[in-house]
Design a protein around this ligand. Structure first.
Ligand code: SF4
Length: 195
């Protein structure tokens, strides 16, 4: 899988303290995307599913962090590998949120039925749709623009997410390798959507 980075604990991409995984690669090229550097991927970013699963399982164990957000890039452009990955890490992550630039209907059409079934059995929350800069109202939590919808694929997390959403947007800063990284959903004028 093409992986850009993993950060934790992240508190701005879903309830609680989370592990956040950024996958590299996205062909949608939404104007105003916060992460255009993740549209392309390089060979140096490649990890096997097994390698990435071991890393995520180690983080969960060592940091007692059992919530996972997968963003990018568009994670569903690596749907087969993502389905395998989530099956492996699911026992350690009972709360999994995935972002995609596909709408839910587009994803269902684009992804093979068995792969979609594997994904749907592991993903608790899917936030869908392309980023539309004109619809970034600066308000909706967890989403960059109002066309993006929150789909609960399992109900057990709904109450926690609804409480979290009521808090509005937040942004968190990390320093990685001397570089500042702002994580969360941003206002339109300061750098488009987060993730
Ligand atoms: S906003 Fe999301 S779907 Fe759109 S180009 Fe950026 S990473 Fe891809």
């Amino acid at each position: 899988m093409y992986v850009d980075r993993v950060l934790s604990p992240v508190v701005t991409l879903g309830p609680g303290q989370r592990v956040a995984l950024w996958l590299a690669g996205c062909t949608k090229h939404c104007p105003g995307c916060a992460n255009p550097e993740l549209w392309e991927h390089t060979d140096a970013q490649w990890l096997t599913v097994g390698q990435l699963a071991q890393a995520l399982l180690s983080i969960a164990r060592e940091r007692s962090t059992h919530r996972l957000t997968v963003t990018g890039g568009d994670p569903l452009e690596q749907a087969d590998e993502l389905a395998q990955l989530l099956q492996l890490v699911r026992p350690a992550y009972p709360d999994i949120l995935v972002y995609t630039g596909y709408t839910l209907d587009e994803a269902r059409r684009a992804i093979a039925a068995d792969t979609w079934g594997q994904l749907a059995s592991c993903v608790d929350v899917l936030i869908d749709g392309p980023y539309l800069e004109a619809r970034n109202d600066g308000l909706v939590a967890l989403r960059g623009s109002t066309n993006q919808l929150i789909h609960y694929l399992s109900e057990h997390v709904r109450d926690e997410y609804e409480t979290y959403l009521a808090q509005g947007r937040t942004v968190q800063n990390f320093v990685v390798g001397g570089r500042a990284i702002s994580v969360g959903i941003h206002m339109r004028e300061d750098a488009r959507h987060g993730e």
